[in-house]
Design a protein around this ligand. Structure first.
Ligand code: NAD
Ligand code: MG
Length: 299
């Protein structure tokens, strides 16, 4: 599906092109293991070069999709990692832990429900204890449930989307702040949905716009302390979230074809953006939202 590593000169129209998926649906958060075709998280291709040497990172949603790709890349760049994910995703998370350890780094598996404040805050305390500190916080966990009509969104579902996408980010960052030394990086995950919302993703798109604004405000507040806040905004990426209620199943065969590159992105294509924003090489970049959308325009 792809080239030898992320640096090989390649045509982005053809790189990572995948066979058209069939209609499919998963329960719960969905498992990477059940995705067909398989997603590419850079397992075979991501080549590290010490860009995050000795860093201590907390990554939420690290079991699958974009978070998995970020975890693999961070480990190969030299970071130790605490992984957050839901208990029912244990098998996916165990695979990621193996890859991190294969890269010679520490992987700490910390399952739990991030919409629960106790767990979200406890996660940070675990990270600080297990890694001997913390300097990189990457919020990737997210909930996306498609709904044809606003009337179809229950209060419970609306609340769960807000808590998972917004409250958890707030809790994790607030709990982390006393531990983050100058030089630390916080990276949140928005979406092209923040700018170009689908009519069937009203609640989700709202959270992604909120994440952008939260991050731009906080970035200014924390910059004088030497802590940088930035955001990655993905376009349509082939991950379990899309097959677990994120899209209507009948939309999946055409997923991502509306982009100028004419294909969905793979999680592997997101990892370099997170590595860049975590690394000191982006030191003068603060409050930025880096879009990785296959060419879908954003403001
Ligand atoms: P994914 O399903 O692989 O990852 C989402 C992860 O969120 C899950 O693995 C799960 O561990 C975590 N999560 C969800 N609810 C949770 C909860 N209550 N407690 C703990 N963890 C929970 O899918 P993905 O597409 O890689 O999603 C990662 C992020 O990227 C999300 O924030 C999503 O909104 C964002 N995003 C995805 C796309 C896309 O097209 N896939 C596009 C734009 C933005
Ligand atoms: Mg998952």
């Amino acid at each position: 599906m792809t080239s030898t590593d992320q640096y090989t000169f390649t045509n982005p129209v053809e790189q990572y092109r995948m066979p058209q998926p069939d209609e499919q649906q998963q329960d719960g958060p969905g498992l990477d293991q059940n995705l067909a075709p398989k997603a590419d998280h850079g397992e075979e291709t991501y080549r590290g070069s010490g860009r995050l040497s000795g860093r201590k990172a907390l990554i939420t949603g690290a079991d699958s999709g974009i978070g998995r790709a970020v975890a693999i890349a961070f480990a190969r760049e030299g970071a130790d990692i605490v992984l957050s994910y839901l208990p029912e995703e244990q098998e996916d998370a165990a695979e990621v832990a193996q890859l991190i350890e294969k890269a010679g780094r520490k992987a700490v598996l910390t399952p739990g429900d991030i919409s629960d404040e106790q767990y979200a805050r406890g996660l940070v305390r675990t990270a600080v204890k297990e890694l001997g500190g913390l300097d990189t916080v990457v919020n990737v966990a997210g909930r996306q449930q498609t709904a044809e009509k606003l009337e179809d969104i229950t209060s419970e579902s609306f609340d769960q989307t807000m808590r998972t996408n917004i409250h958890a980010m707030f809790w994790v960052i607030q709990e982390a702040l006393p531990h983050l030394p100058a030089g630390s990086a916080i990276i949140n995950t928005s979406s092209v949905q923040a700018y170009s919302p689908s009519p069937t993703l009203v609640d989700y798109a709202t959270t992604k716009a909120a994440i952008n604004t939260f991050s731009k405000a906080l970035a200014q507040q924390l910059a004088p302390r030497g802590i940088r806040v930035n955001v990655v905004a993905p376009g349509p990426i082939w991950t379990p979230l899309q097959t677990a209620g994120g899209q209507p199943p009948e939309a999946l065969p055409k997923f991502g074809q509306q982009t100028p590159l004419g294909r969905p992105g793979q999680p592997a294509e997101l990892a370099p953006a997170y590595v860049y924003l975590a690394s000191a090489e982006s030191g003068y970049t603060v409050g930025e939202t880096l879009t990785v959308t296959g060419g879908m325009p954003t403001p």
